[in-house]
Ligand binder design. Structure first.
Ligand SMILES: [Cu+2]
Length: 156
């Protein structure tokens, strides 16, 4: 004879098995995905939204025909993000006295001084390749070009 207390334990055990099965088996109303897959997908989309990059101002020197030449660069000089990403650029002034920079298409401009940091934030809301340009070192003749190419990939 099964007592009412035993029925209660059996019901709880059955409920637990049902919950575990729901999490592990693909279910049609979650698009054929398990609950666990669904949760993982949501959290990976969230982390994809915010991207942080550290860029350093670097300097290279060389001697050409007895004359010292130097060139400045953003390092890294190529960044790739997805359309819709929130992008954080943390600029570190390692070499060079100061760098007046702009990222024209996103309305960003500022000055990065040696030994200091600058933070740039924008939402990559349009596909294309954009230039984080230093205006002090804008071309080969001006010890550049000091430019970081930021490519925003179109959302699929
Ligand atoms: Cu510069």
């Amino acid at each position: 004879m099964i007592t009412s207390r035993q029925w209660l334990y059996l019901s709880i055990a059955f409920a637990l098995v049902l919950i575990a099965t729901t999490a592990l088996l693909p279910i049609p109303w979650f698009g054929g995905k398990t609950v666990i897959e669904e949760v993982e997908e949501v959290s990976s989309n969230e982390t994809q939204m915010e991207k942080t990059f550290h860029l350093v101002t670097t300097e290279y020197k060389a001697k050409h025909h007895g004359k010292e030449v130097e060139v400045y660069r953003w390092n890294p000089g190529t960044l790739v993000v997805q359309e819709g990403d929130r992008v954080n650029l943390i600029l570190h002034g390692l070499n060079g006295k100061e760098h007046h920079y702009s990222l024209k298409e996103f309305g960003i401009q500022g000055t990065l001084k040696k030994g200091e940091q600058a933070k740039v934030r924008f939402t990559a809301d349009r596909p294309g390749t954009y230039k984080l340009l230093c205006h002090n070192h804008h071309s080969v003749d001006a010890s550049g070009p000091m430019v970081a190419y930021i490519t925003v990939l179109e959302k699929e």
